[in-house]
Design a protein around this ligand. Structure first.
Ligand code: SF4
Ligand code: SF4
Length: 394
């Protein structure tokens, strides 16, 4: 890994793909902030460069680098060396621990004076927690011997219990037994790394790893709701945290594709979901698995007029969009989704991250929800139409 730090060929491929460079002319870009800073720093302990914090940690630069320079991770190391005022430091310490924010979800919207004092962006509002009632979907359609540990990310744990219940109910009728892991708001470390705190990311990740190990007699497979957590457990933990998870980790959209055929046949008997839809995979999900899986799932579920999002990175970036100094960049990154939604008159966004969902929902003014939310809604419609038909014929 350390060889790769110094392997830059100066090809500038990373520069051509960086989404922040395309909207923020002050941003020095991945080559200058990553390998070039690393080389200079090795020689003379260079101070962090201006605008290093403007990197969203989307990792698109890393995905195109022909010699695997861990560019975004080098930038995160550099961010960690930057000195901040006390109030910015305090804000960043809190936002790098989304499990704390999730546990305070009941507090609701951030009061204006606290928002100004804490330099929280006026462009992003925390939503009211969605508790929601979830109706049972009936008898299981199959039986799968694998016991699933449903990995609930911090955001969903605090703000979207309705999603957690919908996902759990879907897994149940697909024939799985399900346990929620970790079972309370706890973070995998992704948010702290993105915020430029690799030390905290690693200690947070190690704590989560211990929790998962303690519960490992309860599950055979981990199914992740959030694509960023998924990439963290599968790719980041072994490479950057020194952690190797021993059970298979499967993202929700992949396990949905393994649902009993009967489920898919029943959904296919419904008319297509009307209108246009946008699918949006998180940056880390895109880097790890491409953009197509979510889109294919949407089509299979009946969202026939779905198109992948035009935004490479929507600007949510963990806690990035919550920081006042990133308001303009985050807005410009989400602007593409807004334009796409307006031109196609999209009805909604299907996305595998709660924080991308908050940011895009506010930017595009249409609902943005996890695929499990929409799949559950489609299946409920199938059941209700069947019940209506039975009532009419009896
Ligand atoms: S991680 Fe994303 S925003 Fe940061 S330098 Fe790389 S491509 Fe640009
Ligand atoms: S893509 Fe990799 S090799 Fe090319 S300039 Fe960027 S860091 Fe250097």
């Amino acid at each position: 890994m350390r060889d790769a730090f110094d392997a830059c060929l100066k090809c500038t491929l990373c520069v051509s793909q960086c989404p922040v460079m395309s909207v923020n002319p002050d941003f020095p870009g991945p080559k200058a902030l990553g390998p070039e800073w690393y080389r200079q720093n090795q020689a003379q302990m260079t101070a962090p460069l201006p605008h290093v914090d403007d990197c969203t940690f989307c990792q698109i630069c890393e995905s195109v680098c022909p010699v695997d320079v861990p560019i975004a991770h080098l930038i995160a190391e550099q961010k960690a060396e930057k000195k901040h005022s006390l109030r910015v430091w305090l804000r960043d310490e809190i936002l790098a621990r989304p499990q704390w924010v999730a546990r305070m979800a009941w507090l609701g919207a951030i009061p204006e004076p606290m928002r100004r004092l804490g330099k929280i962006s006026p462009g992003v509002q925390l939503p009211k927690p969605r508790k929601g009632q979830v109706r049972t979907l009936g008898e299981p359609l199959g039986a799968d011997p694998r016991r699933i540990g449903l990995f609930v990310d911090c955001y969903s744990s605090g703000y979207d219990q309705e999603l957690v219940m919908r996902a759990r109910e879907l897994l149940r009728i697909w024939g799985f037994s399900v346990t929620l892991v970790p079972g309370e708001a706890q973070c995998c470390g992704a948010a702290a790394y993105a915020a430029g705190n690799p030390g905290l990311a690693k200690s947070t990740g190690h704590a989560m790893f211990r929790t998962l190990n303690r519960k490992k007699s309860d599950y055979d497979v981990i199914v992740t709701l959030n694509a960023t957590c998924d990439g963290t457990l599968r790719d980041e933990w072994p490479e950057f945290y020194g952690l190797q998870i021993t059970v298979p980790v499967i993202p929700f959209d992949e396990i949905a594709n393994q649902a009993p055929e009967l489920f898919w046949e029943q959904l296919a008997s419904l008319p297509a979901e009307p209108g246009a839809w946008i699918t949006h995979t998180t940056c880390r999900g895109k880097v790890a698995r491409g953009d197509g899986q979510l889109w294919e799932l949407a089509k299979r579920a009946g969202f026939w007029d779905a198109e992948p999002s035009d935004a490479v990175c929507c600007g949510a970036g963990g806690s990035y969009a919550f920081k006042a100094e990133h308001e303009s960049t985050a807005e410009q990154l989400a602007f593409r989704v807004r334009e796409q939604a307006l031109s196609s008159e999209a009805k909604g966004i299907i996305t595998d991250s709660g924080t991308c969902a908050i940011h895009m929902e506010q930017a595009a003014s249409i609902p943005a929800r996890h695929p499990a939310y929409w799949l559950y809604a489609r299946y409920l419609r199938y059941l209700e139409e069947g019940e209506t038909h039975e009532t009419k014929t009896s």
